[in-house]
Structures are given as structure tokens and as C-alpha cells.
Design a protein around this ligand. Structure first.
Ligand SMILES: [Ca+2]
Ligand SMILES: [Ca+2]
Ligand SMILES: [Ca+2]
Length: 340
């Protein structure tokens, strides 16, 4: 469901004031709300609710009629300090996502029409204890609700973006609810009174199916890995053939052999030959493979593959040791290690 389109045509509903789209803070609260949602479209702004009951209101459409279908809701949010319970998103008498800044709870409530009263029934977790939601800290939250034959299964997702925490999740069950109640009520983002309002929100996504963990918005915004992480760590150009410290190894070589690309005195662990065994170390990155190439005569001969490609299965990021028997039969043998 493209909420961007829906919100573009939305009114401020019955709130105190229209919410505002503002530039992302740099740094401070709201600064960790990502600029690139899974659609790949960058944006500089966030929704600023300013702890007031301003909200985006989207009129009901059949896109919201989930029925017995699973659905997923995700957003990035900055809670308000000192007001406890805060509504993140709500479709009255259907479903509601809320956080509690004082108790640390993330809650999906769904409406159980079969009950005579107290119809909101909940799935709730304190993903990181009672301090899960601190005012002015940026968080990712997600809920995945899957109605079944006798209950609704719910997965709650949570990540503290400001402090760089892991993505955490909890499984819950809402007994007795086998479909999502359908009304014509509007969909609201943010609470409609200033006692229930968040500070910032961005990148809201609703999908009419159960998203897997690898499909979540935070999966797209995950930290770079492998050579990309090495480039970030040492502030390199990103060109594998560059040589930032002008030693004998390219930046790529420094990555592969565990060197320091900004210290010409450190070229990592270089291959060595011990009684017919070619010993070498390669960084634990399972996207890599290596070949050991040999040549008996650098002037006339060609390089042959002694072994390879051999996939690296280690994914630790630490150097791993490998060995390849090249033998001692030749009077002269040139050995080359190719890693790609
Ligand atoms: Ca409806
Ligand atoms: Ca270098
Ligand atoms: Ca170096």
C-alpha cells in the first residue's frame, strides 16, 4: 500500500493542527530515522508531530480491509519524553500500534467484535526491558499479524537506532481473533490528543501480507558488510584498486589479507611457503573465493590453476588460515593467490 500517495491527499483530520514535514535533525532526535526506505527513494524530511495531537488521517479504502489476510505495519519513530502511552498508528475498532515510553511496551491491539466490552485485545512485549522506549531516542518498530483458524499470531519487531542496537523480536498470540475487524474509520498516524503523541515519525509502510525478517525496512538500512564496511571503517574511496597508504597492497588486498589500508607498515598476513605447503590467510567473508595459481617459468610459461575456485565459508570477518600443497618437485615454482 503506497501511503505516500494516500497521505499526499490526506487532511489533518480532527487533530489540533496539521502535522509538519520538517528537515531531519543533524544530529539529535530524529536524525537516525532513515532517509532511504525500501523503495530506494531518498527523502530529506520526517513527519514532525511535536508531541501534539497532530496526525495524518487517511480515509478508509478497501486496501485497509485485511479480513483473514496477514498484514505488516512498520515505521521509524521518536517517542515523546514523559507522557508514557503513545499511539503510533490507529484504525479505530480495527487495529492500533502503540508504545509506552515509561513501561517500555510495544503493543499491537486488535478489535475483537465478539466481545461485549473491552474489545481491544493485545499482543505486547518489552523488547529491551522497561526502558525500551526513551523519549527523543529513535527507534524502528514493526508488527506482523497473521490471523489463523483459532487465533492471530503476532511478531513484534524493535530496534534502537540511536544506540545501534540489534533488531529484536518477540512472538505473541492473540486468542480468539481470526480476522481483522473491518470498519469505515479513517487510518490515523500518531495519537489524536497531545497526551498520546510521538515526536517524529518516518517511513511508514503497511503491507497486506506477513513480511519476513529479511524484508523489513531495517533490513534495507542494515549496516554495510564485507569490503563496503572496510571502506567505511577506514574512510577509503571504495575503489578496490586504490592504494590509500601507497604501500605494496591495494585497498582490496589490505581487506583480503587483514592489513591496515591507512598504515603503510601494515600489509596484514602475507602468504608463506613451508616445505611444499603454501600457507595463506584470507578474511572471513563468504562472498569470496580463492584460486592458487602456479607457474614454473615466468618468462615462457603460463599460469595454471593449482586449485580453485574454493569458496570461503567463514563469515566471521576474522582472518582464516588456509593451506594448499604445491609440492617440492619443481626446481622453481611461482605461486600466485587470486581472491575475488
Ligand atoms: Ca474498511
Ligand atoms: Ca595499501
Ligand atoms: Ca597498509
Amino acid at each position: 500500500m503506497d501511503l505516500t500517495q494516500l497521505i499526499a491527499g490526506a487532511s489533518g483530520g480532527g487533530g489540533i493542527d496539521f502535522p509538519k514535514g520538517v528537515d531531519r535533525n543533524e544530529p539529535g532526535e530524529g536524525s537516525y530515522l532513515p532517509t532511504i526506505p525500501q523503495s530506494g527513494v531518498t527523502n530529506a524530511g520526517v513527519s514532525y508531530f511535536n508531541a501534539k495531537g497532530n496526525h495524518w488521517a487517511v480515509a478508509d479504502t478497501n486496501l485497509f480491509d485485511f479480513g483473514t489476510s496477514a498484514f505488516s505495519f512498520e515505521t521509524f519513530v521518536t517517542p515523546t519524553t514523559g507522557i508514557g502511552y503513545q499511539t503510533v498508528a490507529e484504525k479505530d475498532e480495527e487495529w492500533r500500534v502503540s508504545i509506552n515510553e515509561s513501561k517500555g511496551e510495544l503493543t499491537l491491539a486488535v478489535w475483537d467484535a465478539s466481545l461485549a466490552s473491552n474489545n481491544w485485545v493485545i499482543a505486547q512485549a518489552k523488547l529491551d526491558g522497561t526502558n525500551s522506549f526513551t523519549g527523543s531516542v529513535d527507534y524502528y518498530i514493526g508488527v506482523v499479524a497473521t490471523p489463523g483458524a483459532s487465533n492471530t499470531a503476532v511478531t513484534l519487531y524493535y530496534q534502537n537506532l540511536t544506540d545501534g542496537g540489534d533488531l529484536l523480536s518477540a512472538e505473541r498470540t492473540i486468542a480468539g481473533v481470526t480476522s481483522i475487524h473491518n470498519t469505515t474509520n479513517s487510518f490515523l498516524l500518531n495519537g489524536d490528543t497531545n497526551q498520546r503523541a510521538v515526536r517524529y515519525m518516518d517511513e511508514v509502510r503497511i503491507v497486506t501480507r506477513a513480511l519476513g525478517e529479511s524484508e523489513l525496512l531495517v533490513a534495507a538500512a542494515a549496516d554495510p558488510s564485507g569490503f563496503d564496511a572496510f571502506v567505511d571503517k577506514y574512510d577509503l574511496s571504495g575503489d578496490p584498486s586504490a592504494n590509500a597508504d601507497n604501500d605494496e597492497l591495494t585497498d582490496w588486498g589490505e581487506y583480503v589479507f587483514g592489513g591496515n589500508p591507512t598504515n603503510s607498515g601494515d600489509i596484514g598476513t602475507q602468504p608463506s611457503l613451508v616445505s611444499g605447503g603454501y600457507l595463506f590467510s584470507i578474511v572471513g567473508d563468504n562472498t569470496l573465493q580463492y584460486y592458487v595459481l602456479t607457474n614454473t617459468n615466468l618468462v615462457e610459461g603460463g599460469w595454471g590453476t593449482n586449485t580453485g575456485p574454493v569458496a570461503i565459508t567463514d563469515e566471521s570477518g576474522e582472518l582464516g588460515s588456509y593451506t594448499n600443497a604445491v609440492g617440492t618437485a619443481d626446481d622453481e615454482l611461482f605461486i600466485k593467490l587470486l581472491v575475488e
